[in-house]
Design a protein around this ligand. Structure first.
Ligand code: J2J
Length: 555
């Protein structure tokens, strides 16, 4: 076994096998057969290219043989930071085919993160677009290469690259030395890590999540069923392609399993998403709430035929019922299905057959009956049904340990191997769960804890508020007070007084009322596109400090 990897204990593994969850096949081989099943159907639309499953499979194997030519071996680590382009799909599946482990970095990661991933995993390769705006990923990689000798292979997209870089397009045009037959004879262990995902934590450097061949395939098979993906369906991928949601939950892996088509968009902007939906008759969208809200308020929405859309999944952050209702009103062909997922494993889906009240309020149950859920109090005891506590989970596709992180693991798992998510949840009579916020998404006002989520939910009911994020701002007396960052609806100018009297009118406790309002036109986003509260906290802290200094000088 790869050192630093914690496998699922044997007695659990035996159970998951007996149930038929784990197929005991390497992912590369499994998808090779899937591609074979769907042959002449269109697998991917990327720019002007339409690629059949047969051609996709051919090209992946071609790249895989080149990887073997380069000496890339099973369990070698390879950091992939490619944009939403076809080259991602070629390289990702080619790495799986040879049993090397793609570590999936997100587009905004820079030297600090990428250098860490490469050093920490002793990666042999790194793939990216050479340049993005005024940032040179190529220069960054050359710099890292000087410090980390394991990094032998740079795969770059772009023009005028130094000779030492590999171009995926170029590899396509040259014949590899290794024959295809070698691919079938590689001895790969499906219990080993196939993919390294990254934790979505908002503090510190992301931790590395090993996903095995067995668990990651099972994840996509199950999610694609819960998401009602069918042969002939079409998924638009507009979030960063390497993230667990658009990649595997069910994402493009799920759509391939079902024989549908995957359309790549280079950004989640309305100007790129709407035309593609209309042109390709997209049936499935996977979005974060902030993106869905932006699309629904875009003035061009009514100018496009979006009637092919059957399911809009949102995940990553709590979706407000108002947003679901608005989406289903503006795009009447669609149902909104919230997904609660994490790169660590567990995924829950609303059941599409549930009545709207249940779909809007809950994130549904886990899709697999062997996902075990515990809602725990601060002492680690299970709370009664309906009471809020921390979500802990264990199951056939949830990790048992971050890669090479014994200290973190000692805190992040219970003795029974449940992963402590840090998410606050309660069970719902429908059998699903309701997200109540993050354990740490609290404002501590002189010892009184305010759930940011609670205040945000209420403020979203105000007619002037399009989106809101409540965060702690530093206070010399109370430690923290609540600041509300608000994106107003067009043409409105909400004031702090209006909003707080609205909240007070709804009966909200006085200590929970925001004490400062910042009106903005958009929110800073995390690498994956979630609202980055950390950046908002940094901004308000700077602002408050500056104001205080100014007052100090005057006084
Ligand atoms: C509230 N919080 C949510 C939701 C995730 C599908 C969808 C999303 C992710 C993802 C994913 C939420 N409501 N509906 O991997 O497969 C927050 C929780 C969770 C964390 C995980 C998938 N859906 N979250 O967002 O690994 O706090 O995965 O623990 O990036 O996002 O983040 P990440």
């Amino acid at each position: 076994m790869l050192q630093g990897f914690t496998p699922i204990p044997a007695e659990f593994a035996a159970r998951y096998r007996a149930k038929g969850y784990w197929l005991d096949r390497p992912m590369g081989e499994y998808f090779h057969d899937i591609f074979g099943t769907w042959g002449d159907r269109i697998a991917v639309v990327a720019g002007t290219e339409r690629i059949t499953y047969k051609d996709l499979s051919d090209r992946i194997d071609h790249v895989a043989c080149h990887l073997l030519d380069m000496g890339i071996a099973p369990l070698d680590r390879f950091v992939v930071q490619l944009p939403n382009r076809i080259e991602f799909i070629y390289l990702y599946f080619a790495l799986l085919r040879v049993g090397a482990i793609p570590l999936l970095a997100l587009p905004p990661h820079r030297t600090y993160e990428i250098g860490h991933f490469i050093r920490f995993t002793q990666a042999v390769g790194y793939a990216a677009a050479a340049r993005e705006g005024d940032f040179s990923f190529l220069d960054m990689a050359l710099e890292i290469q000087k410090q980390v000798p394991s990094l032998r292979h740079l795969f770059m997209l772009g023009e005028d690259l130094p000779g030492a870089c590999h171009r995926i397009g170029e590899l396509m045009r040259t014949a590899p030395v290794t024959p295809r037959s070698r691919l079938a004879s590689l001895a790969l262990n499906p219990d080993e890590p196939a993919v390294f995902q990254l934790s979505g934590g908002t503090t510190g450097i992301p931790k590395i999540i090993p996903r095995t061949h067995n668990d990651y395939t099972f994840n996509s098979v199950g999610c694609s069923a819960a998401n009602d993906m069918r042969e002939g369906d079409c998924l638009l991928v507009c979030l960063p392609i390497g993230h667990n949601f658009p990649l595997a939950s069910p994402g493009l892996q799920g759509m391939f399993i079902r024989g549908g088509c995957v359309v790549l968009a280079d950004s989640p902007r309305a100007s790129s998403v709407f035309p593609l939906i209309q042109q390709e008759r997209v049936t499935h969208l996977e979005l974060v709430p902030a993106v869905l809200i932006r699309l629904l308020h875009d003035s061009n929405l009514a100018n496009y035929d979006l009637s092919s859309v059957r399911i809009i999944n949102t995940g990553g952050q709590r979706l407000q019922p108002e947003t679901s209702a608005l989406a289903e009103k503006l795009i009447p062909s669609c149902k909104v299905q919230e997904v609660f997922g994490m790169a660590e494993g567990l995924v829950t889906f609303n059941r599409l057959s549930d009545p709207p009240e249940v779909r809007y309020e809950t994130v549904g149950p886990p899709w697999c009956e062997d996902d075990e859920i515990r809602i725990l109090d601060d002492e680690g005891r299970e709370v009664p049904p309906g009471v809020v506590g921390e979500l802990a989970c264990r199951g056939p596709y949830t990790l048992r340990g971050y890669f090479n992180a014994p200290e973190v693991n000692a805190r992040a798992f219970t003795a029974e191997g449940f992963y402590l998510t840090g998410d606050l949840m309660r069970s719902h009579p429908s059998g699903g769960y309701v997200v109540e916020g993050r354990k740490k998404d609290l404002i501590n006002r002189g010892g009184e804890k305010i759930s940011a989520e609670e205040v945000e939910n209420m403020l979203l009911g105000h007619p002037d508020v399009r989106n809101v994020a409540c965060i702690p701002m530093p206070d010399p007396v109370l430690g923290e007070r609540t600041c509300a960052y608000v994106i107003p609806r067009p043409g409105t100018h909400p004031t702090l007084e209006q909003l707080t009297s609205y909240l007070a009118g709804l009966g909200l406790a006085k200590f929970k009322l925001p004490e400062r309002l910042e009106v903005v036109s958009e929110f800073p986003l995390s690498p994956f596109g979630k609202v980055s509260k950390k950046d908002l906290v940094d901004a308000i802290t700077r602002l408050v400090t500056k104001e205080r200094e100014a007052i100090g000088k005057k006084g």
